[in-house]
Design a protein around this ligand. Sequence first.
Ligand code: ADP
Ligand code: MG
Ligand code: MG
Length: 257
Amino acid sequence: THVLQIKNLHVSVGDKPILRGVNLSINHGETHALMGPNGSGKSTLGLAIMGHPGYAVTEGAITMDGEDVLAMAPDERARSGIFLAFQRPMAIPGVKMADFLRHATTNVRRPDRKEGEELIPMREFRAELKEKMAHLRMDTEFARRYVNDGFSGGEMKRAEILQLAMLQPKFAILDETDSGLDADAVRLASESIAEIGHGKMGLLIITHHDKLLEHNPPEFTHVMLGGRLVETGGTELADELHRHGYDRIRKAYPEAE
Ligand code: ADP
Ligand code: MG
Ligand code: MG
């Protein structure tokens, strides 16, 4: 089985240390919730795992199945089956969703493919995309739009879920994939993720709401404070934090912030 391991991870933005020794191990098929107050470093962890150039690893290790993830370029990380649904997805004007997805899907399914080599056949890809979009109750017109260009907050999140469905990564980090959605959209997103991902990949779900975790119950809940995971528990910890917030955590770990 696949395992993503993060050991003593320290990450800086510029010369500001953000993550200060994160340890986390995710097995394929497990769901982990990552919670914590705003600014505690949750998104930084996701971006560091994907190799965002602005987030420098100054100490520690990330491995997938024993392979050194930190030695891989961001696109290699994606090809090897690690996926990040960004809290703030980027627009790619001029690139249609369908073309973007065909490239990304080919790269994940044929990780050794060289630039310029053939993509998965158009008819095959179209059929699969159509089926997945119907399943997610998405209008096929959506695939003809430019990636995230002028998308509403909700549409961006739906686009990320479509990527998740097409790419079927080994590990997926969902960074507030439920934020900015209305109640119906949150339910639909939660159900889609449960169907596509829960138990089928390693999931790291960053969320402030309970709906996503209700549909995707985590085996583990981690609390980040000041760039460290200060507590780990089960679903009951997520429930407590949803209900009562972070006062208890802040009082228990005054040195963390
Ligand atoms: P969270 O996702 O938990 O809300 P973030 O990882 O976004 O937290 O941010 C953690 C800290 O790192 C915050 O103080 C934030 O301002 C800082 N930070 C993150 N990314 C950047 C960046 N690109 N430039 C400057 N500061 C950043
Ligand atoms: Mg935040
Ligand atoms: Mg964040």
